[in-house]
Design a protein. Structure first.
Length: 439
């Protein structure tokens, strides 16, 4: 009996083959160098942020970082990203305004452009996260290495290796290898037999990758660059008032997220007509948004810059020190900078969406009936699903992040995510050729 009929009769037949066992071994082996490279990427962008925002102004003779500093800094970032997108193969990789979409692993010749555009964006202050570049970097490196080891590798095993590399690259970024796995599975839309084929090597690579991140973080003293909260106030038990707020937050996030997406898409079309010049302009817009926030509130402009991943914990812990007006202005300036960054720079959309939603939820928690931790969590979930269209990942991001308090607020988060998701889909234009719903 040939392999093909066996595979047709038993969809899991390939998993029982010796070749699949070899894929598992190769996935485990590649998880080590891929996660090490991902750790180095995160360390480099983190050090570049500190160097350009804190050390460079002092080296130029300033007593501190001037409030106007982000404007020229982001303009330079726009120039570097624009030149990379314009002249290097692959156009700098995934366009963040398109959301989290499965685009496949980049080729080896495209990887330098992906890395350079992401480092210039993330290291110099664009309001984007590292998850999309890491997914591309991990997948591209894994496929390239697999082809070096086995030049005759087929498209199916090559795709499995690319997915495993992506799993390894973001294994520790979201605080848990499982969160990264959910993000990748929901983004790719895998199901059935193909999910089983990809999931096991991916989880194996992610588990090994998380161990490598932990080891390198301890050895270097740099930490794991993992999303984490250390100061989570106690969450109140859900009640009717908070369920009402879940609906309100879901509706608000859907409209805000749709507005950000539509404006980012509108701007992206114009940026691509004059890539270098327009990206410089968008960089200056991000800098001006940070400057407006700093001058209006007296707080550091860095609150608006960057992905917001490292700012979530201080924002929650120090929320009592923010007035409602400061929080509203933070949401407005961060959203504006996020929109400009989505249209032109290179990075991921996850962390800024989390930050905008968290700040909005904290602002609303000043009103009666809404607990601080509940508002924080519901804001994250509702805004993430509005921007990403990934409901399961959005619920998990908002709840697992809170530890034991996440179990308390999970019903509220689910309601806010469902409301935001359904309203976002209703607000989105139908695909070309789709029949209108007359139900």
């Amino acid at each position: 009996m040939s392999a093909e009929p066996a595979a047709a009769g038993d969809p899991l037949a390939r998993i029982r083959t010796r070749g699949y066992a070899g894929l598992l071994v190769l996935s485990a082996a590649l998880g080590i160098p891929v996660s090490a490279v991902a750790f180095g990427f995160l360390a480099l962008t983190h050090e570049l942020q500190s160097l350009t925002y804190h050390d460079l102004p002092r080296a130029l003779g300033f007593a501190g970082t001037p409030s106007w500093w982000p404007v020229p800094l982001l303009a330079v970032a726009g120039l570097l990203v624009g030149l990379t997108v314009r002249h290097l193969p692959g156009r700098g990789g995934h366009r963040p305004a398109d959301g989290m979409v499965a685009t496949g692993a980049p080729s080896a010749v495209e990887l330098p452009g992906v890395v350079l555009a992401a480092i210039a964006s993330l290291g110099l202050g664009a309001v984007l996260g590292p998850e999309a570049p890491l997914i591309a970097l991990g997948g591209g490196l894994a496929v390239y290495a697999a082809r070096l080891v086995k030049p005759d590798i087929g498209p199916g095993p090559s795709a499995v290796m690319g997915a495993a590399g992506s799993f390894a690259a973001i294994s520790a970024l979201l605080g848990s290898p499982l969160l990264g796995a959910f993000l990748l599975m929901e983004t790719s839309g895998l199901a059935g037999t193909m999910l089983a084929m990809v999931l096991v090597p991916g989880l194996l690579a992610a588990g090994i990758g998380a161990l490598i991140f932990t080891g390198l973080g301890s050895w270097t003293g740099l930490g794991t660059y993992s999303l984490a909260l250390h100061h989570v106030p106690r969450a109140a038990e859900p009640d009717i008032a908070q369920f009402g707020w879940a609906v309100v937050l879901g509706l608000a996030a859907a409209f805000v997220g749709t507005g950000i997406q539509r404006l980012a898409g509108f701007l992206q079309e114009r940026v691509e007509r004059r890539t270098v010049t327009a990206t410089v302009v968008m960089g200056a817009v991000v800098g001006v948004a940070a400057l407006v926030y700093a001058l209006s509130t007296g707080r550091d402009a860095s609150g608006v810059l960057y992905s917001g991943e490292n700012a979530l914990d201080p924002l929650l812990a120090q929320s009592a020190g923010y007035s409602v007006g400061a929080l509203v202005l933070l949401v407005a300036c961060k959203a504006a900078a996020y929109c400009a960054s989505l249209s032109s720079f290179r990075g991921g959309p996850v962390f800024p969406a989390m930050f905008v939603g968290a700040a909005g939820g904290i602002a609303l928690s000043h009103l009666p009936g809404l607990n601080l931790t509940s508002g924080f969590a519901m804001g994250i979930g509702a805004m993430c699903v509005a921007m990403l269209r990934l409901p399961m990942t959005s619920v998990l991001l908002a709840t697992l992040l809170l530890g034991s308090e996440g179990l308390t607020v999970m019903p509220l988060v689910i309601v806010s995510v469902v409301v935001s998701y359904v309203v976002t889909i209703r607000l989105s234009p139908s695909p070309a050729g789709a029949l209108p719903d007359r139900g």
